[in-house]
Design a protein around this ligand. Sequence first.
Ligand code: ATP
Length: 443
Amino acid sequence: MEKLVSLCKRRGFIFQSSEIYGGTGSVWDYGPLGVELKRNIKDRWWHAMVRARDDIEGLDAAILMHPRVWEASGHVAGFTDPLIDCRNCRKRFRADDPKIKGTPGGPDAQCPACGMKGTLSEPRMFNLMFKTFMGPVEDSAAVVYLRPETAQGIYVNFLNVQQSTRQKVPFGIAQIGKAFRNEITPGNFIFRTREFEQMEMQFFVDPDGDHMQWFEYWKARRMEWHRALGLTEGRLLFHQHTAEELAHYARAAFDIQFDFGGTLGFQEIEGVHHRGDFDLGRHQEFSGKKLEYFDQPNNRRYVPFVIETSVGADRTALAVLVNAYREEAVEGEAEGRTVLGLHPALAPIKAGVFPLVKKDGMPEFAEKLAHELRTRFPVFYDESGAIGRRYRRQDEVGTPFCVTVDGQTMADGTVTVRDRDTLAQARVAADRVGALIGERIGA
Ligand code: ATP
């Protein structure tokens, strides 16, 4: 993880937020390459979940919502973690932290950070939602929350979307957006942060119909999606929520876990949950407005059940980076190379374009080629340093192809196209490079 964090900073994937001020705890900024990577992940999700289907509609609901939403959703009362403070070193711990010895609040309990005895407080409940004020007066009547998940924007718009699009159950609503959680034990780079992006889809189904089949359907689709990102088969698995983990209203819940390696191991990257009619039911109750679907052919009104798929864009980006990172020896060379073996569709830069040397018309030819290719996909032009170093620089950021203009190009108009993973070089007519790479990256 340390190597990855350092590469991400050095090459402009991810920076610590407000770094010049000493950084903000567990908040990260995406640099020029990181924003492309994350956007490619989000685009693939949006394409698979919204554009390629006729039974899911897109939505972009606001971050700030009516405060009653969070009472209905259960977040005001229930979105809490028990916390313990040390009066001596002022560090905070989750009550379930296995490093705490003894009973917090008592004289024998020992602080895992400073080692003092008897300084740990009893557990206190701590709400994970960020609070702020709406309007000019900072009083309790003006409290609003930064949303801790995007799903509630979907529930409160259920009928707006259904009626405006005339969708029939079963159908879904999908959204990508920021969520905020004042996590107590954030960390592990972008694994658990206080500001993050979620990609969520709520699928509305008939409670008297085959809802368990839909649950199985979505479990399978979502696992396929992660595999198609290039995540290694053996690093993905389903974790079924145990009786203790399962929310009281949930009928079934599975997490898709990815093996991050090191001390993290297998961790959740996505949740697929059968939420019954809990959410729409609660919003009906708290708003006093009916959220029923009218099944015209059968003249029935009902509150649909919901199958939810909820995945973090940042956590997926981390899984993709961890999965892609490798260091390897190169035959015939003393120095090895660091490679991000990213799926070509996710790679921030699709091709590096280089003149072999800075003379004989090669830079002009290469610049013109780079300019043409750039109309189709992101390209990086580089003429500085030895060619081997230029290849290494692209390997390290996951660029799947490098195109080199050399002496032969000037004679017959062909260039070499080098494959990041096999290192094989093929000679291709310069005017065919765009089509060739386009095909390989699915553009
Ligand atoms: P965890 O137990 O890891 O905190 P959760 O069960 O609270 O996660 P959900 O509420 O189900 O997570 O959120 C769905 C997805 O959103 C998670 O699978 C994860 O990818 C992402 N996510 C949740 N919290 C964070 C966070 N603090 N930072 C980054 N991503 C997050």
